[in-house]
Design a protein around this ligand. Structure first.
Ligand SMILES: Cc1ncc(COP(=O)(O)O)c(C=O)c1O
Length: 436
């Protein structure tokens, strides 16, 4: 298993993260447990900013907090000079509760409700990324009623198919997100927005997919967006001051994944956008990126206790842990692959090929299909790496399993990001039937 950030094997063959031993973390906070490496998260954020700072190019990096949305994470983003991309009232509420400057928050979503847009407008967020014609009308009414003004960007579906898994690709023409570029919807949207003086049109957005390893898809998207900018300039006299290329940079979940390092890719992205806009004789807009996965995925490790095992001679050995698809649904959802190791016996020789199963009543509740481990015994600690993104945020209470605690580790200190749900938390919203 490859180790990232501050993860090390220390004396006694134990895994330590942020100078905290896996066994001590579980002893203090219980099992299973999400562990986040704070310095790794901060360094990933800095890797996005550095190329822009070095080249003195105007930019805005927003953390796409859908990847891991907690108050503490929003605080870290603010401390590192990042903005926040939110997609729901819940994410917005979390961001505001963290003390984030509302002007540094912007909102996405393909079906923002009236209540969400009202909240976004009245709390004074910096920008709304408008996704469709229905939303333009909703927003127009809200702005007229409240007398407010807001910056808007249009989400465009540029018809780019980035290298990524089919189920999580969003940049194709056949997508539920954004205005279709090919059929002229972008021009129509700008026309509608230009009739509402309270909507200030600032630019275009495209998110072309997830787990992308190279710049090619972004290049194509940037070229298409630059072309449409020329057409918008001719038709409506508008100039684009911001260009948002979304998130999507890939990470190394297993040794099969070979992403380009963040700083290299960001530098290529800058070159690409510069070229695309120069070719069209357009001024370079402020470049915006909104990474999620590449900020937090590799900084997260989930620790579990091993329990039962089932050996099917000649077929497979299942080793079960005390969590599963409730804390990490990514294998069940789209076949995600992970690496794993026994955190309390990192130096022991590998003895068997096993499959790691969860404890839910669902055959698809698997965490890793094939992993080589030392003989795994009940009570051993299993670590699965790269579980920082879209794990806690996609967690569920299926089978009424409480959601895990999450801790942030750094230099031997562990701080709670999220406390563990209790059994009482699980029934907190239930309403017992009364006899009438
Ligand atoms: C609009 C938008 N921006 C940013 C992101 C973050 O993507 P990633 O976590 O792959 O960087 C997503 C993810 O779905 C998205 O839909």
């Amino acid at each position: 298993m490859e180790l990232y950030g501050s993860s090390r094997v220390v004396e006694g063959g134990e895994l330590s993260i942020g100078e905290c031993a896996a066994s001590s973390l579980i002893q203090q906070f219980g099992s299973p447990l999400y562990v986040y490496d704070e310095s790794f998260i901060r360094e990933q954020m800095r890797k996005y900013r550095r190329p822009f700072d070095e080249r003195r190019i105007p930019y805005q990096i927003a953390y796409a907090c859908k990847a891991l949305c907690t108050i503490g994470m929003c605080q870290i983003a603010a401390e590192e000079g990042l903005y926040l991309d939110v997609v729901s009232a819940g994410e917005l509420h979390t961001a505001l509760a963290s003390g984030m400057d509302p002007q540094h928050i912007y909102m996405h979503g393909n079906n923002k409700t009236q209540a969400e847009l009202e909240l976004a407008v009245t709390c004074g967020i910096g920008m709304i990324v408008v996704d469709n014609f229905y939303e333009i009308e909703l927003l127009r009414e809200i702005l007229e009623t409240t007398g407010r003004t807001i910056d808007v960007m249009l989400r465009v579906a540029p018809g780019v198919d980035a290298h990524t898994h089919d189920f999580i690709a969003t940049g194709r023409q056949d997508s539920k997100f954004g205005f279709d570029l090919a059929s002229g919807q972008v021009e129509n949207a700008v026309r509608q927005i230009s009739t509402c003086p309270q909507m200030i049109f600032v630019g275009l957005h495209a998110h072309i997919g997830s787990q992308i390893f190279d710049v090619e898809g972004f290049r194509l998207a940037a070229e298409r967006l630059a072309t449409i900018c020329v057409s918008l300039g001719h038709q409506f006299g508008v100039t684009i001051s911001r260009l948002n290329l979304g998130g999507g940079l890939g990470i190394r979940y297993t040794s099969d994944d070979t992403p380009t390092p963040i700083e290299t890719l960001v530098n290529s992205l800058i070159d690409t956008v510069q070229d695309a806009f120069a070719k069209q004789k357009l001024a370079l807009p402020q470049l915006m990126l909104e990474p999620g996965r590449s900020i937090v995925a590799q900084a997260g490790t989930t620790l579990y206790r091993i329990g039962s095992r089932k050996e099917i001679p000649g077929v497979r050995t299942y080793v079960a842990v005390d969590g599963g698809m409730t804390d990490n649904p990514r294998l069940a959802l789209y076949g995600a692959k992970y690496e794993a190791a026994l955190a309390n016996r990192m130096n022991d020789p590998v003895e068997e090929l096993v499959s790691i199963a969860g404890k839910c009543c669902e055959s698809g509740d698997m965490l890793v299909w094939d992993v080589q481990l030392p003989r795994a015994n009940p009570g051993d600690i299993l670590a699965i790496t790269c579980t920082g993104a879209y794990n806690y945020s996609m967690a569920s209470n299926y089978n009424r399993i409480p959601r895990l605690a999450a801790v942030l580790v750094h230099e031997g200190k562990a701080r709670l990001l999220v406390r563990r749900e209790t059994l009482d938390d699980l029934i907190r919203l239930d309403v017992p039937l009364t006899v009438s």
